[in-house]
Design a protein around this ligand. Structure first.
Ligand code: FMN
Length: 430
């Protein structure tokens, strides 16, 4: 059984209430925090090995250390609760079931970096999480855990909810910043990074909900305790959103370093209805697909999944059985990225559209033999060519679907139909 840090309270229906959270040991870290030098807090978080859980896996402590110390501008924290990556549904668990853990984490981050204003950007559809989190903010203010002079420390922090309007691109940190500023969510070129020039052109930390929620444990137990969990370079635990054809889809916390498929099988009960595993998408729709064999032979950590040619991303594991048509799967994700491209960079605007159009005709049985190489030709022109990595986020998986399941795509083209439906070319439902 893996150590449970983030999900420890998920089974307690009252843990979202301040009184219960405090009874369970919540906000305990603040006493220790306010006696520690902010620079030492940053150093401890660095030493813990905590990496961002929003997708990129960048060291949290390192990111904070990039924020300039002596500036006469305000600094900001943007908590990323956009949770837009298809397949990801773990931040909402924290917001609904354990919101004070995130508030406590935000206080720790803001104290360390010298921030007095935080915005949480929550996707607009998350109505229950928004209401729950607002309730927790109100309780925290009423009990001195937010606002002026938190628990007599002399430290002030305000948190505001900013409700998103449903664009995937607003989960990208600079798109998010633009959106909080009231503009269209178009990513900004980097550098400068938000740590130096971010929200309202001021130094800004952007961290994911889950990343920040690890902080109370790190302060309470010490960075050594956190660093002792996991594997060599992937420390701690992670919340995995497991969906697809498994018996018990859900959010499961797991320490890094175990076998990927053993974890999925153990947590969810394995494939449902006796189906056979075909593929695993390990880190949200942006991550290249793994074959069943790769999934069975890969260790669950950042480095091993990268070595297998994919990425851990937001920890959204999607399990595909032999009944899933890979051409249809590619069609669905390419359509999503084409729809969500903000349009400012031509390789993304045009590339996502082309990929979607080609994937669609292949799935309908109207593809041409040269379409598969055409997809493989387009992808390199989309990678590393744009302001943000949305284009990469579809080019990488698209390439992997064709390379690993080419035979299935060829079958669609040769038979001029989708072999997973009985319909002939041209009549398959879109
Ligand atoms: C297109 C796109 C969408 C993203 N969506 C999210 C998101 O919904 N939630 C999130 O936390 N990070 C998302 N990210 C990653 C953020 O840009 C950023 O790396 C993250 O919020 C930093 O926090 P972390 O270091 O704690 O992971 C997205 C990135 C891209 C390129």
């Amino acid at each position: 059984m893996s150590k449970q840090i983030l999900s420890a309270h998920f089974g307690n229906p009252d843990a979202y209430k301040l009184d219960t959270y405090v009874e369970l040991g919540g906000y305990r870290s603040l006493e220790k925090l306010f006696k520690t030098d902010p620079g030492d807090v940053i150093e401890n978080v660095k030493q813990s090995g905590l990496r961002g859980r929003g997708g990129a896996g960048f060291s949290a402590g390192m990111k904070w250390s990039f924020v300039p110390k002596d500036v006469d501008k305000p600094k900001y924290l943007c908590i990323n609760a956009d949770e837009g990556e298809p397949g990801t549904f773990k931040d909402r668990k924290i917001l609904v079931l354990d919101p004070h853990r995130l508030i406590e984490g935000a206080v720790i981050c803001c104290y360390a970096v010298g921030i007095h204003t935080a915005y949480i950007y929550i996707r607009g559809e998350y109505d229950t999480p928004i209401r729950r989190f607002q309730g927790a903010i109100d309780e925290a203010y009423a009990n001195g855990y937010l606002g002026k002079n938190i628990k007599g420390s002399g430290f002030d922090l305000d948190i505001y909810i900013h409700r998103g309007a449903g664009a995937y691109i607003c989960g990208e940190e600079t798109g998010l910043i633009e959106s909080v500023e009231g503009k269209k969510g178009q990513p900004r070129p980097k550098p400068p990074f938000p740590a130096v020039i971010g929200l309202f052109n001021c130094p800004t930390v952007v961290n994911n909900v889950e990343t920040l929620s690890n902080l109370p444990y790190i302060i309470n137990e010490g960075w050594e305790a956190y660093a002792a969990l996991g594997s060599e370079k992937s420390k701690g635990t992670m919340l995995f959103s497991i969906s697809g054809e498994v018996q018990r889809p859900g959010v499961y916390e797991q320490e890094f370093g175990v076998n990927l498929w053993d974890f999925i099988e153990g947590a969810t009960g394995g494939m449902k209805d006796g189906k056979t595993l075909k593929a695993v998408v390990p880190g949200g729709s942006s991550s290249p697909v793994l074959t069943a064999e790769e999934a069975r032979n890969t260790i669950l950590d950042y480095e091993s999944i990268a070595a297998a040619g994919s990425m851990l991303g937001s920890g959204a594991i999607m399990v595909l059985s032999e009944d899933v048509c890979m051409a249809k799967a590619l069609k669905v994700i390419t359509r999503f990225y084409a729809h969500e491209s903000c349009g400012q960079c031509p390789p993304c605007r045009e590339g996502t559209f082309w990929l979607a159009r080609i994937a669609d005709r292949i799935e309908r049985g109207e593809g041409q033999p040269e379409d598969l190489d055409l997809i493989l030709d387009i992808c390199p022109y989309m990678m590393g060519m744009t302001v943000c990595v949305l284009a990469d986020a579809i080019a990488m998986p698209a390439k992997s679907y064709i390379e690993k399941f080419r035979g299935e795509f060829e079958q669609h083209i040769n038979e001029k139909r989708c072999p997973y439906t009985d319909e002939a070319a041209g009549s398959a439902a879109g």
